[in-house]
Design a protein around this ligand. Structure first.
Ligand code: ARG
Length: 450
């Protein structure tokens, strides 16, 4: 098999290796989606008379076989093929002859790769939102169960005021619920059809771009053919921003749990089934999963920066530079999904030692609540603060250590934890995921029924 643009002259091997890069491997994940995009494109070509009915039927059947092979892991992309788009066209041509040779009419690999990537990204974003919902559900369950379990609240990693595990786990749930619209916005941005823009300047054929968009279940056509190309890096950058924000919220909780489950603190116990061992120290159970979530968040922020750096300095029109945004995008989005999934067994199995949390309270932790007892009795805040500061031990004498969180009952405070609005927000995201995944599944049934 060979490159689509091959004109008989050999290509320097070093140049081939360098220009092809990791495409054969990365494109393997996109082949199914490329076949789907090609099915919509071919259907449209038949409507405008480029393919006849028999040719279309043969092309759709072969694209279906390609998608199934890709799913089964038996579709190969050789380096001599350059990329997945070439491997697909070569197979269509080998099997179908002229019908295969017609499929690339009215498109370029430049809009083809964007279509395949967007179709893939819609699925991944939907799966991320699905995993976000499952994770939120678990967080809210722990928050509910531990709503009255006191734990020191920290600032500067120093004990600050008594708080609850309900507040801590509820905070992560709310943070993730804040991330959901970012992911949905990235989805909406990506949910526009790039097909028919070709290399950025259209072609001299009456392409029916809205039909292709409709067949692929895209919400609309991305109109200006040149803007489609400029959007390749930008759309990836936006989606990675959303994914990075989401995993960064998991990273924060992970860092807390690493600390709270340390040998010194032992407030949280991580189940053996979610911790890993050491090859040298027989006694160890390590929180590797939480450390890798933390590192995944860091890496996602770097992957976003990488995409921004590559696409940000180009002129209009396709540039091969854009091929290099594929790796940080595809691998970053997959890693975010994996992190959102990996936190779930941790949350499902973690145990909290309330007695230990109480035993770890520092002497001064009730000082602020002592100030507010005086404020409640009419003393000006600054005077009360100074009184308590002069003799913190005396000022907190008689107070039940750590119980002060109960008196903080205004909206959002630990003494009035209301998880209802969070559950409502979660329900709305869940409905979006259910509707969207059904809509995406229908596209496959319509174009490449299995
Ligand atoms: N692998 C290429 C990419 O990801 C496909 C497009 C190649 N287009 C080209 N004109 N060389 O960008």
């Amino acid at each position: 098999m060979t490159r689509l643009w091959h004109k008989g002259e050999p290509l320097d091997q070093v140049i081939e290796r360098f220009t092809v890069g990791r495409d054969p491997e990365l494109d393997l994940r996109l082949v199914r989606y490329d076949a789907l995009g090609s099915a919509a494109h071919a259907t449209m070509l038949a409507r405008i008379g480029v393919l006849d009915a028999d040719e279309l039927a043969a092309v759709l059947a072969e694209l279906g076989a390609i998608a199934r092979d890709a799913e089964a892991g038996s579709f190969a992309i050789a380096r001599a093929d350059e990329d997945g788009h070439t491997a697909i066209e070569n197979r269509l041509t080998a099997v179908l002859g002229d019908a295969g040779r017609k499929v690339h009419t009215g498109r370029s690999r430049n809009d083809q790769v964007i279509a395949a990537t967007r179709l893939w990204a819609r699925d991944v974003l939907c799966a991320q939102l699905d995993a976000l919902c499952a994770t939120c559900e678990l967080l809210l369950d722990v928050a509910e169960r531990e709503r009255e379990t006191m734990v020191a609240g920290y600032t500067h990693t120093r004990q600050a005021m008594p708080s609850t595990f309900g507040l801590l786990f509820g905070a992560t749930a709310d943070a993730l619920l804040d991330d959901a619209p970012w992911l949905q916005q990235a989805f909406a941005h990506i949910d526009r059809s790039p097909l028919g823009s070709a290399s950025g300047y259209g072609v001299a054929l009456p392409l029916d771009r809205p039909l292709v968009a409709e067949l692929l279940g895209f919400a609309s056509v991305q109109r200006n053919t040149l803007s489609v190309q400029s959007d390749r890096g930008k759309a990836e950058y936006l989606a990675l921003a959303a994914a990075a924000a989401t995993v960064t919220d998991l990273s924060r909780l992970s860092a807390d749990l690493i600390l709270l489950s340390s040998d010194e603190m032992r407030v949280v116990r991580l189940a053996n089934e979610v911790t890993t061992g050491s090859s040298i120290m027989p006694q160890k159970r390590n929180p590797d999963v939480l450390e890798l979530i933390r590192a995944t968040a860091a890496r996602l922020r770097a992957r976003q920066a990488e995409v921004g750096a590559v696409y940000g300095s180009l002129t209009h029109g396709y540039h091969r530079d854009l091929q290099l945004t594929k790796e940080p995008f595809v691998e970053g989005m997959q890693a975010a999904l994996d992190a959102l999934t990996a936190i779930q067994p941790v949350l499902r199995t973690l145990e909290i030692d309330a007695g230990r949390a109480e035993a770890l309270l520092s002497r001064g932790i009730d000082a602020t609540d002592a100030v507010y007892q005086r404020v409640a009795a009419g003393e000006p805040f600054r005077s009360a603060y100074k009184q308590v500061a002069a003799d913190p031990d005396g000022a907190t004498e008689g107070m039940k250590a750590g119980a002060g969180w109960r008196a903080r009952t205004h909206l959002g405070a630990p003494g009035a934890l209301d998880l209802g609005p969070s559950r409502e927000a979660l329900g709305a995201v869940r409905r979006w995921v259910d509707e969207t995944s059904a809509r995406l599944e229908a596209v496959w049934q319509r174009l490449l029924p299995s």
